[in-house]
Design a protein. Structure first.
Length: 155
C-alpha cells in the first residue's frame, strides 16, 4: 500500500508549518498566527511541488480546520491547532479518503462469493489506522531544529 501524493503533500505541509511556527506552539500551546504566514510559494519552493497541487491540499487542510488561511497581500496560512492535537490517523484518513483498499465490485470479481481477501485487507487497514492513532504531528517534529535547517536551505 502506498499513500497518495496528495496525502504525502498534506503531511509535508503540516510538518513545515509545525516546524516553522514558534517553539511554544510546537510544545502544544496556543494557536495564534505567526508573525509571517507561510505561502503557497514557500511550500512549492521548499518541496519542489506544483502550485496547483499545493493549492488543492492547502484548501482541503483548511476545510478540515487543521490550518487557518488568510487572504490578501500579506496572506498565507498557519496551523490552526497545536501539533500534539493533530492525529496522524485522522489526517491520513481524511486526505486518502476512506474507500476500500480492495474493490470487488468494479469490475466485479468472480471470486467474490468465496474470497476472504477483502475482509483480511479491511482488517489490516483498521490496524494500520489504529497504529497511526498513537502519533500526532508533534511526533513528526521531534527533530524540529534539523527540519528548520533543512527547510531553510531547501527554499
Amino acid at each position: 500500500m502506498q499513500l497518495k501524493k496528495y496525502t504525502d503533500y498534506g503531511l509535508r505541509i503540516l510538518m513545515y508549518l509545525g516546524a516553522k511556527e514558534s517553539s511554544n506552539k510546537a510544545a502544544g500551546e496556543g494557536s495564534t498566527a505567526p508573525e509571517r504566514l507561510t505561502t503557497i510559494k514557500d511550500i512549492c519552493e521548499t518541496f519542489s511541488l506544483s502550485s496547483n497541487h499545493v493549492n488543492k491540499v492547502v484548501h482541503h487542510l483548511g476545510r478540515l480546520q487543521l490550518i487557518e488561511t488568510r487572504r490578501g497581500k500579506n496572506g498565507g496560512f498557519f496551523l490552526a491547532k497545536a501539533p500534539n492535537e493533530i492525529r496522524l490517523d485522522y489526517v491520513i484518513r481524511q486526505l486518502e479518503g476512506d474507500e476500500p483498499w480492495i474493490e470487488c465490485h468494479n469490475p466485479y470479481c468472480v471470486a467474490l462469493p468465496a474470497c476472504e481477501l477483502n475482509g483480511i485487507v479491511a482488517r489490516g487497514k483498521e490496524l494500520f489506522y489504529d497504529y497511526l492513532r498513537e502519533f500526532t504531528l508533534a511526533d513528526l517534529l521531534k527533530k524540529r531544529g534539523q527540519l528548520l535547517q533543512i527547510f531553510s536551505t531547501a527554499s
